[in-house]
Design a protein around this ligand. Structure first.
Ligand code: ASP
Length: 326
């Protein structure tokens, strides 16, 4: 009986193609899939994280951008990827908002992934094109009022953080805007700087240096408290600007396909914990207004609990907005 059990464990390892003894496979890179365009905020976090995880994993860690449909294309690719630990997903709050936005989800957020731990919390900022004739939130609201029906707002597709923030903004000021979807907020930010779109709500990991360089106009932050990052500390919170209850913080987490062996996911989670304590990683993230996770959400079970609570939190907000995709 015991022998049979050993044999079946071996068979499972052979089927899934991995166990901790041969993970990472020599000379095979570990790929962090980013479900948005290169050069954007999720990509930025992934590239810094890849660098910090290389040493503790003892492998080359690369970033692969699989963009589109608000992050669901990249997430779906990882849900169905080989369970050998060499393909993981870095995703943000879209993990929790997509289930309410898409009538037909190609994967199940809670059942189709192994949760590996959370990475950071990131505030968002409401920014505008440099030529916008408004220099603070009050002037922006007046300009939107005067231009009703003509204002457009970029985002990274249905289910993206920028989409959620844009929904909340439109609902808070009771004004509909034309939304312009991109494959990520890197191309959206380019168009904003070029004046093709008017407004964008995006993570500070993408907007801080543009705000600092004054290539965009900044109007507010989405956190409950003002930020301390030098370039952002003068910005009011949405609540200070008069939008009661407007508060949203984006978070990122790391995931492997469901069925990745536990000893392999344990190795990745352990490497993630080392990366989250790496002073260089922490410094880079802090300079962009992000806060590296140092609480219990670094544990996979707590990560899953947190995302489950976020699904319950954002589902009704999105349903109330009446937005969905088939
Ligand atoms: N910031 C984007 C979003 O709106 C995603 C990205 O391009 O990283 O979700």
């Amino acid at each position: 009986m015991k022998k049979l059990f050993t044999l079946s464990l071996l068979a499972v390892a052979a089927l899934t193609g991995a166990n901790a003894a041969d993970f990472p496979v020599k000379d095979k890179p570990i790929s962090i899939v980013v479900p948005f365009a290169a050069g954007g905020p999720t990509d930025r976090v992934a590239r810094d994280l890849a660098e910090a995880m290389r040493k503790p994993l003892g492998a080359n860690v690369v970033v692969e951008n699989v963009a589109g449909a608000g992050g669901t294309i990249g997430a779906n690719k990882v849900a169905k990827a080989s369970q050998d630990g060499h393909t993981v997903l870095l995703h943000h709050i879209g993990m929790a908002t997509s289930p309410a936005l898409y009538r037909k989800m190609p994967y199940n957020t809670t059942d189709d992934f192994e949760y590996l731990g959370m990475v950071n919390d990131v505030p968002m900022t409401l920014i505008g094109r440099p030529t916008l004739p408004a220099n603070n939130f009050k002037e922006l609201q007046a300009w939107i009022e005067q231009n009703k029906g003509k204002v457009n707002l970029g985002n990274a597709g249905l289910g993206a953080a920028s989409h959620l923030c844009g929904l909340m903004f439109q609902s808070a000021i009771k004004t509909d805007m034309t939304t312009v979807p991109y494959k990520g907020t890197a191309p959206a930010l380019n168009d904003l700087m070029g004046g093709q779109i008017d407004l964008l709500c995006d993570q500070t990991t993408n907007t801080t240096s543009q705000i600092e360089g004054k290539t965009v106009k900044a109007f507010a932050v989405t956190t409950a408290k003002r930020l301390t990052t030098p370039a952002l500390k003068g910005l009011p919170t949405m609540q200070e600007a008069g939008l009661k209850g407007f508060e949203v913080t984006i978070w990122h987490g790391l995931y492997a396909p469901k069925g990745t062996p536990a000893d392999v996911t344990a190795k990745i989670s352990a490497a993630l914990k080392v990366a989250l304590k790496d002073p260089e990683f922490i410094k880079k993230q802090e300079a962009l207004g992000a806060v590296v996770v140092s609480d219990k959400r670094v544990e996979p079970a707590e990560h899953k609990k947190f995302v489950t609570a976020e699904i319950a939190k954002w589902g009704p907000v999105i349903q109330a907005a009446g937005v969905y995709a088939d």
